[in-house]
Ligand binder design. Structure first.
Ligand SMILES: Cc1cc2nc3c(=O)[nH]c(=O)nc-3n(C[C@H](O)[C@H](O)[C@H](O)COP(=O)(O)OP(=O)(O)OC[C@H]3O[C@@H](n4cnc5c(N)ncnc54)[C@H](O)[C@@H]3O)c2cc1C
Ligand code: FES
Length: 301
């Protein structure tokens, strides 16, 4: 790859609306930067929105492919670029889905965006969850909070290839019920895809009648053959540290647990040294690691 910032907004002197790429050059894609349109915005919670991003050029859109666990860099003109996990099914060629929390400068700008706004996309980047290797086994898909965003692509893979897996458990925990993401999908995962889906919250409100506590408590009710089980765990490091410890107590080997390690990133392609833990670059060697490797990465969690 050559120039990283093909869509350098600082050269865009005539831009009036910061999120309007429409006047912007005639570029389709340059150096791996795809111009994409926001075709839908769905409010999931007070903090997170789901965006549908459609790569504008037909050929580039058809050619774009990714694996569950990979991420893209999304550039908002005038604001910057952020790494975001792809939340959609790998079989969906029409558009990418990304679930974005309003966390700061760039993500806040994205939350102001309307349908029709254009952004730049680079990627996909990083390692993926080895789902083919998991076929023929039971899988535990475990997420805390925003972790359901990166977990959603593996969930699509497993449910779309349901016959290839034994027991499938999705365990999801948030602090409060109003933080639950993608709640409109839970019933279909349960009923149509024959998945054991369980949810727990730490701080219930008046209408919550489900389990209350930490996500590790959901594992008490799960029976699996540890030698025939893989686990994917997505969430904040403090959460996957406790979950992986509990999984290990259940007898699941650490190299059969996979986590996504998120660090601050800039280039996404192993060039800027922004994301490294020792000699390991989380953008290219990760973000998906088996837990055994994470345990051997000094200061990883
Ligand atoms: C591989 C990867 C995948 C990610 N996937 C998603 C996703 O699917 N959805 C989503 O909402 N977010 C995701 N993130 C986090 C997202 O990239 C950050 O929230 C975003 O970069 C913040 O940028 P900002 O300009 O909005 O905020 P800033 O103004 O830069 O910072 C606001 C706050 O966010 C914190 N922050 C910045 N970068 C990160 C980071 N990488 N991880 C954690 N905190 C950070 C800052 O320390 C600060 O407290 C992912 C990060 C990585 C590395
Ligand atoms: S983000 Fe630049 S080296 Fe990883």
């Amino acid at each position: 790859m050559g120039t990283l910032r093909a869509y350098d907004v600082r050269q865009e002197s005539t831009m009036i609306q910061p999120l309007d790429f429409n006047d912007r050059l005639g570029l389709k894609s340059v150096d791996g930067v795809f111009k994409a349109e926001i075709t839908n915005v769905i409010r999931l919670t007070d903090w997170e929105k789901l965006f549908h991003l459609r790569i504008c050029d037909d050929t580039e859109r058809q050619r774009f492919s990714f694996l569950p666990g990979q991420f893209v860099m999304i550039e908002v003109p005038g604001y910057g670029e952020v790494p975001i996990s792809i939340s959609s099914s790998t079989s969906n060629k029409g558009y990418l889905e990304v679930c974005i929390r309003n966390a700061g400068t760039v993500t806040n700008a994205l939350h102001q965006a309307q349908r029709g706004a254009k952004v730049g996309i680079r990627g996909p980047f990083g390692t993926h969850f080895p789902l083919e290797q998991m076929e023929g086994h039971s899988v535990l898909l475990i997420a805390g909070g925003l972790g359901l965003a990166p977990l959603r692509a593996p969930i699509y893979y497993v449910t779309e290839n349901r016959a290839e897996f034994k027991d499938v458990h999705i365990l999801y925990g948030t602090r409060s019920p109003d933080q639950l993401l993608f709640d409109y999908q839970y019933e279909s995962w349960r009923r149509i895809d024959d998945v054991n889906m369980q949810i727990i919250v730490e701080q219930p409100n008046g209408s919550w009648d489900g389990p209350v506590g930490l996500i590790t408590e959901l594992l008490d009710g799960v029976e699996v053959d540890p030698q025939q089980t893989f686990a994917i765990v997505c969430g904040p490091p403090v959460m996957f540290k406790f979950v992986c410890r509990r999984l290990n107590e259940m007898g699941i080997p650490m190299d059969r647990m996979f986590v996504s390690l998120e660090r601050r990133m800039q280039c996404g392609m192993g060039k800027c040294c922004r994301c490294n833990v020792g000699a390991t670059y989380t953008c290219t060697d990760g973000p998906v690691f088996d837990y055994w490797s994470v345990m051997n990465l000094k200061e990883a969690i």
